[in-house]
Design a protein around this ligand. Structure first.
Ligand code: NAI
Length: 675
């Protein structure tokens, strides 16, 4: 094979005169589409068009990805709609050059193929992807407050049809290669060892390019688009408000207006994204992306002793799901409980999770094989990490850890999933209290990305770092926090949930309270959230944080009556098929604002306190932790960013007014003075 090198791409031609173009972005762990990498690609494609090979195959030299998307750093430097349009047009032009090549073009995909990378792949004639759960394709641009803009809105719909194509772009979800092949978005999903054969086959056969079914093409017609657009808007509105998240609405509008007309849609796609980039939501969502990267960095500790075997004690809601998630991510897990039924239930839930996430039978079986029921606790002696997730009771936990330290390996990391007990109170039974760290997962484990890494005053830094590295290795976002009542997430949530109860006492309906919070941008209202968490758990956590006397009576009464929330079918709401039965509400703008202030100010006040008391190290970790741990309206960029954007003085003045009206629940924390 002859090769010629560019800075970011290797171009070679094999004996069959097939050109192989390998993307290997200089000085980067992953490939992204930036001005530099796109300019070089444009040059290469021009060169290939002048001296045509038999076919072109695009691959990646990076271990875990094909192309992860556009370069987001570059995105942050965009200052004007003109700059945005330039970047978009560059991407559109390169994809067009690729599509125009009169030879078979193939994207040979492994790992992540997302955003701009997927758009590039869609501009190829064929997509062959690795049949492995690690290979994922998708267009997640909405998560950054934009939509695809390198021609992807046009090509995705041509290939997948409007139903699936719009769904993928509106949700930002990705598909594993096998599902993508079923949907026709990739032409073939094969094991990597069959890549060469598959490539040769497509070059030889040159089948027609994949196109959506006739029925789907009908849906793309001028007559059908407005109808489907209405349905899509309704669906989007259930999840995201237009004023908070304009991108999905712009995408629907773009398609409704121009779907089926390539040229017009390319132009409108560029205009629409140039506009979205200038919207504050996009800036804040890009910031959230960096907050997420910042949290990921907390888990990337290179010299942390690796963890291969995890022993979980307590196979209840949390322990069972932590064990399943850990096994899903490739670790050996032993799961101990004194109640065999808990283990059986946990294994059943694990199987459902594996099937949902892995889809491939042998991968599901392999994950099940990694998860071992262990009623006698034999795994304890050999495990690198022991996670305790038994009842929330200090004495029970202390006596368990006394036993654990006798049997565990001397190097094993000892962790507790306690949600409210100070780490030091548990650790004091240990010969070496510095060994214990909190690994506080949230419910449901498979959905909630955040894990608080809780350090007591004696927890050794290397122990906390190892725990954070473990969380990172199982694809969770670790946020290091100082041990104190409620840590970060529960401490901030409790006053917010309690305030909802006061609002109800004052005569607001629970539906009104939740509606106001949704309009603020929270993913779920506080009343429903309390029901989902479980009122018994809320009661315990709140009394640990605030003291028992500060927990509103209505919560105690409901717990005494076994009205525990969603899990018991009744809490504040009544539940039918796991969904709360809600009355319609109609609120004026002023009422909404008033309820929002009452709910959000205690939340913000507590966030300020956590920052001031050093519960987390800095604003970024606080904003990231609370977006990923409590769902704080992501389009705002997080609570501290929100305070800065709204003006700390203005919010502080409101707090002081509320303090006069409602008492010390609103007493501003001294930290406001430092903002
Ligand atoms: P759970 O009641 O569902 O499960 C506890 C399990 O521990 C039961 O299966 C029980 O049989 C077992 N167990 C109790 N003592 C044991 C012992 N000595 N040896 C072996 N197994 C024993 O409780 P859940 O909700 O899973 O909570 C566990 C821990 O996780 C608690 O510390 C809780 O505060 C914390 N947590 C709970 C969250 C939630 O939403 N449920 C969220 C985050 C943390």
């Amino acid at each position: 094979m002859t090769t010629s090198n560019f800075k970011h791409w290797y171009l070679g031609t094999d004996d069959e005169q097939v050109a192989w173009l390998c993307f290997d972005q200089h000085d980067s762990a992953v490939n992204t589409l930036s001005s530099a990498t796109l300019n070089e690609l444009a040059q290469i494609l021009t060169q290939l068009a002048q001296d045509l090979p038999k076919a072109l195959v695009i691959t990646s030299a990076k271990e875990s990805s094909f192309i992860v998307g556009a370069d987001i750093e570059e995105f942050t430097k965009i200052k004007s709609a003109r700059d945005a349009r330039d970047l978009v047009e560059r991407g559109q032009n390169v994809c067009q050059q690729l599509e125009d090549l009169p030879i078979p073009t193939i994207a040979l995909i492994h790992g992540f193929c997302l955003g701009g990378g997927m758009e590039l792949a869609l501009a190829c004639d064929y997509r062959i992807a690795e049949d492995d759960p690690s290979c994922r394709v998708g267009l997640p641009e909405v998560m950054l407050g934009i939509h695809p803009a390198f021609g992807g809105t046009v090509r995705m719909i041509e290939v997948a049809g409007p139903t699936l194509g719009m769904d993928l772009m509106l949700s930002g979800r990705s598909l594993i290669a096998r599902s993508a092949a079923k949907a026709g978005i990739v032409d073939k999903a094969v094991p990597k060892r069959h890549f060469d054969l598959a490539v040769a086959d497509y070059i030889e056969r040159k089948p027609a390019k994949a196109r959506a079914s006739k029925a789907q093409q009908m849906l793309n017609s001028a007559a059908s688009r407005p109808l489907l657009a209405k349905v899509l808007e309704k669906k989007v509105a259930e999840k995201a408000r237009r004023e908070h998240y304009p991108a999905p609405y712009s995408l629907i509008n773009l398609w409704k207006q121009h779907g089926g007309n390539r040229k017009a849609m390319f132009a409108a796609e560029a205009d629409s994204v140039a506009e979205l980039v200038a919207h504050p939501t996009s800036k804040n969502l890009v910031n959230v992306f960096f907050l997420q990267e910042g949290l990921k960095k907390q888990g990337k500790i290179i010299d942390a002793q690796p963890i291969k075997h995890v022993h979980v004690i307590g196979a209840g809601v949390m322990g069972g799901d932590i064990a399943a998630w850990t096994a899903l991510q490739g670790m050996k897990v032993t799961l101990q409980d004194r109640n065999p039924e808990s283990v059986t239930r946990a294994l059943k839930r694990a199987q459902t999770l594996f099937k949902k996430k892995l889809k491939i039978k042998r991968a599901v079986q392999a994950a099940m094989d990694r998860l071992h029921p262990d009623l006698n606790g034999d795994g304890l002696k050999k495990a690198d990490l022991i996670i305790e997730a038994i009842f929330e009771d200090l004495e029970v936990k202390r006596s368990l850890f006394q036993e654990v330290q006798e049997n565990a390996h001397s190097d094993a990391l000892l962790a507790t999933n306690t949600s409210s007990i100070p780490i030091e109170d548990i650790a004091s039974v240990l010969k070496n209290p510095g060994r214990l760290v909190g690994l506080h997962f949230f419910n449901p484990v498979a959905k909630m990305q955040l894990v608080e890494i809780v350090s007591g005053p004696q927890t050794q830094a290397k122990i906390a770092a190892r725990a954070a590295a473990f969380a990172g290795s199982i694809k969770r976002l670790p946020v290091p926090v100082k041990s104190s009542p409620g840590f970060l997430v529960n401490r901030v949530l409790v006053p917010y949930l309690i305030e909802a109860v006061y609002l109800q006492k004052e005569g607001h309906s629970i539906e009104e309270i939740d509606e106001a919070a949704l309009q603020f941008g929270m993913p779920m209202g506080p009343v429903e959230l309390a029901d989902v968490v479980g009122l018994d758990i809320c009661q315990k956590v709140a009394s640990n944080i605030l003291g028992e006397d500060k927990v509103p009576d209505v919560i105690k009464q409901k717990v005494d009556n076994s009205q525990l929330g969603k899990k018991s079918g009744t809490g504040f709401y009544k539940y039918k098929k796991d969904k709360p039965i809600k009355q319609q509400v109609s609120l004026t703008t002023e009422q909404v604002q008033q309820i929002q202030d009452r709910l959000i100010l205690p939340y913000l006040n507590e966030s300020v306190a956590c920052l001031d008391e050093g519960i987390v190290k800095n604003e970024q970790l606080l904003d990231g932790g609370l977006i990923f741990g409590t769902g704080f309206a992501p389009f705002t960029g997080g609570p501290i960013t929100y305070i800065r954007e709204q003006g700390a003085d203005k919010l502080l003045a409101k707090l002081k007014t509320f303090e006069k009206e409602h008492g010390e629940r609103y007493t501003p924390h001294k930290g406001w003075n430092n903002l």
